[in-house]
Design a protein around this ligand. Structure first.
Ligand SMILES: Cc1cc2nc3c(=O)[nH]c(=O)nc-3n(C[C@H](O)[C@H](O)[C@H](O)COP(=O)(O)O)c2cc1C
Length: 168
């Protein structure tokens, strides 16, 4: 099976997950900035960090260029991995794929939100604003700060090992 494993990561969370998957599948995790070819694979495994509910701009661009490929998506985000928001963020990534692509796998886990982003949210949005810092939001951010952790990386390794075995 010819597999491309590519990812986009701003602060390193998605890179960690990509490298764990790479270790499990004995593949190099290719930063999307290297502009990997967009055709000719049996499977493309593509990972992104969630930026305002969808794939970050670099991965958005790459996903839109894929056509008629089988794709497994993975992502990291600040919210809980089992939240509706997380499901929607994967759905939104899938919607970016070019014509004829088929999503054959999805994996998502939490990732530490960059300190600058937390400070910005604290300073930028007044109380009552939908993005204002609330105790609940702060608690979620604090919970995300230890992720991706060893359990997330193990889950990613297992998920993608199984997916690739099943597809052989
Ligand atoms: C500009 C910006 C927008 C973000 N938007 C979201 C979002 O919509 N939902 C969410 O759960 N997390 C959001 N996050 C958190 C990141 O998705 C999360 O910290 C991710 O793990 C970062 O991955 P990276 O280290 O690979 O860059 C955002 C972070 C930044 C900096």
């Amino acid at each position: 099976m010819k597999i491309l494993l590519t990812y986009s990561s701003k602060t390193g969370n998605t890179k960690k997950v990509a490298e764990a998957i790479g270790e499990a599948l004995q593949l190099r995790a290719v930063p999307v900035e290297e502009k990997p070819a967009v055709t000719g694979y049996d499977l493309v495994i593509a990972g992104y960090w969630v930026d305002r509910g969808t794939a970050d701009a670099k991965m958005k661009d790459f996903l839109g260029k894929l056509t008629s490929q089988k794709v497994a998506l993975f992502a990291t985000l600040g919210a809980e991995a089992n939240s509706e928001h997380a499901t929607q963020c994967l759905e939104n990534g899938a919607a970016l794929l070019g014509e004829g692509c088929e999503v054959v796998g999805r994996f998502i886990c939490q990732g530490k939100v960059a300190d600058e982003m937390v400070d910005m949210m604290k300073n930028m949005f007044p109380a009552g604003h939908p993005h204002a810092m609330t105790p609940e939001r702060l608690a979620r951010i604090e919970k995300a700060a230890t992720h991706p952790d060893a359990a997330d990386l193990a889950a990613a390794r297992e998920y993608f090992s199984r997916l690739c075995l099943d597809r052989q």
